[in-house]
Ligand binder design. Structure first.
Ligand code: MN
Length: 255
């Protein structure tokens, strides 16, 4: 089985290589990742300019590695073009959680999304950011999931996995969760310097709604959160603005 490993923290990030090293026990690993950090770029792909890439020295001898001067999603698109027989995409291990509405901003998830859109099982992994981030639980879990994927029929899926930064024996369990609400990006600070304005999004000030059953709640309680994403992009709730009035809207439109 050929396994693509990518991330949004960049080709030199330790979480990427912890993941790649573990996955070489299960299959043939190709690492293809942005040449520098791309956290927060979400699902972005590069249009209207050339994207340079190069084979680089792999930190583990069993894998080949490419660094891409583009986004995480670019890296996946490129890797799937170079190697048409990739069976599964792993993205991470991100240093920092991707929970709640941050799922939409996450380059880690954005990379995995490209695999999912091409019908592959695709898995994003993130760990609580800490001075010393522990990648052991996440990489072992990735190895186990890769083995399951290798053993079964290939299934299109997109899993967003978040882990507490704990030793294996301190983790309470694994929960299958839904996406909670809240995330970064709420507070911005505007500055003025020599007549120019600038702003900075304050990170680290996260407002979570840690309702039971959510990804946020699981990680706060010391468990691993696995959230299956997508299936459909359409909203489950009805939109009152459109209730019973689209025929009227259409008549107004064409009158
Ligand atoms: Mn990141």
């Amino acid at each position: 089985m050929k396994i693509l490993v990518t991330n949004d923290d960049g080709i030199d990030a330790p979480g990427l290589w912890a993941l790649a090293a573990e996955l070489t026990k299960v299959g043939e690993v190709i690492v293809c990742a942005p040449h520098q950090e791309q956290s927060g770029v979400g699902t972005a792909i590069t249009l209207r300019r050339l994207v340079c890439f190069a084979e680089v020295k792999s930190a583990i001898p069993e894998a080949i590695a490419y660094a891409v001067e583009g986004t995480p999603a670019d890296s996946v698109l490129l890797a799937l073009e170079i190697m048409k027989d990739i069976s599964v995409v792993f993205s991470g291990i991100n240093r920092g959680l991707n929970l709640g509405s941050d799922v939409l901003l996450s380059g880690t998830v954005g990379a995995a999304l490209q695999g999912y859109l091409r019908g592959l099982p695709s898995i994003a992994l993130s760990v609580v950011r800490a001075e010393e981030t522990n990648f052991q639980a996440a990489s072992r879990l990735a190895g186990l999931l890769a083995s399951r994927i290798a053993a079964g029929p290939s299934e299109k899926m997109l899993l967003n996995i978040n882990l507490p930064n704990l030793q294996l024996d301190m983790i309470r369990g694994i929960e299958v969760t839904r996406v909670g609400s809240g995330g970064y990006g709420g507070a911005i600070k505007i500055e003025r310097d020599e007549g120019r304005y600038s702003y900075r999004i304050k990170i680290g000030q996260v407002k979570w709604d840690a309702e039971e059953g959510t990804d946020i709640n699981a990680v706060e309680n010391g468990s691993i959160s696995i959230t299956p994403l997508l299936g459909t992009l359409s909203a489950a709730e009805r939109v009152p603005l459109l209730d019973g009035s689209v025929s009227l809207l259409f008549r107004q439109l064409i009158s």
